[in-house]
Design a protein around this ligand. Structure first.
Ligand SMILES: Nc1ncnc2c1ncn2[C@@H]1O[C@H](COP(=O)(O)OP(=O)(O)OP(=O)(O)O)[C@@H](O)[C@H]1O
Ligand SMILES: [Mg+2]
Length: 476
């Protein structure tokens, strides 16, 4: 019996399992009550679903009432016929079910203390009025009540017990707002479900932050298999400078962004596993804003090794292979931004316009005042104007919008580009740069090589070469 109690549930996952049953019973309204009263504390989960008849209730009280091999509706969130019992006894010693269907009200109670006293699996049938919140049961529906909450209320210190109780209930509410977010919000072709915790309405929490404009959704992909279709879609969450503090903290979750990055697996629209790359990639700082939606139908349970808690899953090999390439694309995009563009280009240009300077305190970027163009301009200016120009350049360097650049690069690397240069501007810059380099006595060959490695000439080489050729003939 003890093993029945230690499946690894927490209050929040246990509550979610009971809510699963209510949803499978077509409930539209689910009310959760959590009352702290020392040893008389209780938790109740009430729904307005289809309820159960007396016989059905008797069956439901059994372990493995409907096993995995039996056919189920595609939207049934259950699988093993265990959830109600294992979830309940992970939190309490007494579970009572009160249910109503076709004007028949039935009750059934499993009390672990009673079971061990009698030394048999004894189900009692207390009068409905004895069950807390029983007056709230409607025409049809089910109420599950947990009492003797030995796993939540220790009974040693009432003050700390009551605080722990309140905290766990509030954490559980957050959890339910996320795992059932697609039921709480409108979704095409499905009914919306209202869930309350101590009369407070739960509000859908979307882990992809789709309502924020700064969230970047990737393309939706579908993988068809014999057991059904897997849907995948990557998202990049907004950078912290783009959302308010509350939103940022909520998106990060209790464990923070690094641990919450990864796949978010939905089974029949209910979020079951998240914050893992299934061993395909590592959770890194660089990818901490990446979350990938995965959706599977319950017909894939076996292929994905869904367990009783519905809290672990393993993608089958053919899906794993596809996920691997998906992640590689995501990761290599962010790698390219940080290494290639940032470091290499700045280091390889022979006449850089920007310098990357590593100091003891960090890395700075500044406009290269040794650039021949700047040098020749300075040479042409009177002394007081020279200082002025240097000040302007220094202010520009110091106010480089690093945060905003970093944010844009991490979210939409393909869309970040420098302002394109016009042909006139390029010709002008080429002429002045070449003139300055000629003044330093450099050969044409050397000058061509320098320009070829440096922006903006490298990216506009045909036009630059044409102008250089022109200058050469002019000089000759
Ligand atoms: N709120 C409810 N309304 C109507 N029927 C319910 C409700 N809760 C449980 N049942 C019935 O009791 C049965 C047993 O529930 P239980 O959670 O133990 O198993 P399951 O949902 O079938 O599978 P799983 O172990 O995956 O949760 C259900 O299959 C359902 O028929
Ligand atoms: Mg269940």
């Amino acid at each position: 019996m003890q093993s029945l109690r230690d499946f690894g549930y927490s209050l929040e996952t246990a509550l979610a399992d009971i809510v699963d049953n209510s949803i499978s019973a077509n409930a539209t309204r689910i009310e959760i009550f959590a009352k702290f009263d020392g040893p008389d504390s209780a938790i109740g989960i009430l729904d307005d679903g289809q309820g159960m008849g007396a016989e059905q209730l008797q069956l439901a009280m059994r372990l493995a009432s409907t096993g995995p091999s039996e056919g189920r509706q595609p939207d049934d969130l259950g699988r093993f016929g265990m959830g109600m019992k294992t979830a309940s006894f992970s939190q309490c010693r007494r579970m009572t079910v009160l249910t109503r269907k076709a004007k028949v009200t039935s009750t059934a109670r499993w009390d672990l203390d009673e079971v061990s006293r009698r030394d048999e699996w004894y189900v009692s049938r207390p009068p409905a009025t004895e069950v807390p919140w029983s007056d709230r049961l409607g025409e049809t529906g089910t109420l599950v009540v947990w009492q003797n909450l030995d796993r939540i209320v220790s009974g040693t210190d009432e003050g700390s017990d009551s605080r722990t109780f309140a905290r766990r209930v509030s954490e559980a509410a957050d959890h339910l707002e996320m795992v059932f977010h697609r039921f709480l919000q409108r979704e095409g072709g499905h009914r919306t479900i209202r869930i309350t915790v101590n009369r407070r309405d739960l509000i859908a929490f979307d882990p992809f932050g789709r309502k924020h404009a700064a969230t970047i959704p990737g393309p939706v992909e579908r993988l068809w298999t014999k057991a059904g279709a897997v849907t995948m879609q990557p998202f990049t969450l907004p950078h912290h400078s783009n959302v308010d503090q509350n939103t940022w903290e909520r998106l990060g979750g209790r464990d923070g962004f690094i641990k919450n990055q990864g796949f978010y697996l939905y089974r029949a629209r209910r979020l079951i596993v998240w914050g893992t790359w299934f061993g395909i990639a590592k959770q890194t700082e660089r990818t901490k804003l990446t979350r990938v939606l995965l959706e599977i139908p319950s017909s894939m349970d076996e292929a994905w090794k869904i367990n009783v808690l519905k809290a672990s899953a393993e993608p089958p090999d053919y899906v794993r292979r596809r996920l691997k390439t998906l992640i590689e694309t995501i990761v290599s995009t962010s790698k390219r931004i940080y290494t290639h563009r940032g470091v290499q280009q700045a280091a390889l240009a022979e006449i850089p316009t920007w310098q990357r300077i590593r100091t003891r305190t960090g890395i700075r970027y500044q406009i290269n005042s040794d650039h021949p163009l700047i040098q020749s301009t300075l040479a042409d200016l009177p002394a007081d104007r020279r200082t002025q120009l240097l000040t302007v350049l220094s202010v520009c360097s110091r106010t480089l919008p690093v945060d905003s650049l970093l944010h844009d690069l991490s979210e939409a690397p393909d869309q970040v580009n420098a302002t394109p240069i016009s042909v006139e501007e390029l010709d002008e810059v080429t002429r002045s740069t070449v003139a300055a380099l000629r003044q330093r006595g450099l050969s044409w060959e050397r000058i061509t090589k320098m320009l070829k490695s440096s922006p903006p000439f490298d990216a506009n080489w045909d036009e630059t070469a044409r102008v250089v050729g022109q200058i050469m003939t002019e000089e000759a």
